[in-house]
Design a protein around this ligand. Structure first.
Ligand SMILES: *Cc1c(COP(=O)(O)O)cnc(C)c1O
Length: 342
């Protein structure tokens, strides 16, 4: 329970906080990873912490079905499907996106868990958000006519309640640091739909934790991420009736590693994926954590992260992304020399 709201605790918390000895030595930093990719349902990931609060709210409101939105390869949609399955509910995903040409990666996992996925392509007659809203309305009406009560979850689970998942995680990390004798640390987190980063920042500030948060944005946002965070926190503050302010300049973040677009294949990102896999046997994904790691490694190189610093990277999951066609074909090309057909 946080800020007066209850959750259904179903993840295997605390997730491991592990020192990466090989990379620590190579990079001359004290490098840890918080393994939220190892959360327990639907192959894991950060959205499960938000869903602990969201499914509680859905159940309290008598819902029988969870409906969310995102891209065709939404990790959040996959984890919404997982939580629905676990708690005896139906689930659906609405994606304003093209059919990727095959049922693989998250899309395959969605179907395995019994989730209905609605892919709708924009013909240009309205905006994506209008098309998404209209499709959500239509799908909701269809299921409600069949007797379901639908609970809507916005993209990434990033609404007011959703921030509490990573509010709690900040507290969890601080407790682990204490047990492990780590006095202070820089925590590096991905910024996507912003609920993870904002929740962490709220948890850190509200509880005065010895953690400095640095966010790595993974897709361009009109007007800049900082202004979106300011608007988001305004809503959250009102919702929870908080007397804590967060000034825009308090958000430490970088938009230098978005690489032009959301979920695009990027050579530098794939190189970071191979590097971590070959030094630490940990897999990061091409859309989120791979960009974050690329940013982190570059910040070490350029001195924004100082030698000797204690750095914790939050691993938010997303590994199924490796198996999506547009990422997979690039990797198959680069790695085919490793496969010997005798
Ligand atoms: C959604 C997601 C993120 C970003 O979290 P937000 O709360 O949306 O900012 C990071 N990594 C992975 C793997 C994700 O699926």
């Amino acid at each position: 329970m946080s800020l007066g709201h209850e959750k259904i605790s179903f993840i295997n918390a605390p997730t491991p906080l592990t020192r990466l000895d090989n990379l620590s030595e190579e990079l001359c930093i004290n490098f840890y990873m918080k393994r939220d990719d190892l959360t327990n349902f639907g192959t894991g990931g950060n959205k499960l912490r938000k869903l602990e609060y969201l499914v509680k709210d859905a159940k309290d409101k008598g819902a029988t079905m969870l409906l969310t939105v995102g891209g065709a390869q939404t990790n959040h949609g996959r984890l919404t499907a997982a939580v629905a399955a676990k708690f005896g509910m139906k689930s659906a995903i609405v994606a304003v996106d093209a059919y990727p040409g095959e049922i693989s990666a998250n899309l395959l996992l969605d179907a395995i868990m019994g989730c209905s996925v609605y892919l709708v392509k924009n013909d240009g007659s309205c905006s994506d958000s209008e098309l998404e809203a209209a499709t959500v309305k239509k799908v909701t009406e269809e299921w409600e006519a069949k007797g379901e009560k639908v609970y809507y979850i916005p993209v990434g689970g990033s609404n007011e309640l959703g921030t509490l998942g990573y509010y709690d995680c900040a507290v969890e990390i601080a407790e682990q640091m204490k047990e492990m004798g780590i006095e202070k640390a820089r925590l590096v987190s991905t910024i996507g739909s912003m609920g993870t980063y904002l929740g962490l920042q709220m948890g850190i500030k509200h509880n005065q934790l010895p953690i400095h948060l640095t966010g790595v944005a993974i897709s361009p946002k009109a007007g800049g991420v900082r202004s979106h965070l300011t608007e988001y926190y305004g809503r959250v503050k009102k919702f929870f009736d908080l007397d804590m302010d967060i000034a825009p300049k308090e958000y430490d973040l970088t938009e230098d590693y978005v690489f032009g677009a959301y979920n695009n294949p990027v050579k530098e990102v794939r190189e970071s994926i191979y590097y971590l896999a070959r030094k630490e046997a940990i897999i990061v994904d091409p859309c989120y954590t791979g960009k974050t790691l690329t940013g982190l490694l570059d910040m070490v190189k350029t001195g924004r992260i100082k030698q000797g610093e204690t750095v914790i990277m939050l691993h938010t999951g997303g590994i199924p992304g490796i198996y999506t066609k547009h990422h997979r074909v690039e990797m198959e090309n680069e790695l085919k020399g490793y496969i010997h057909i005798l």
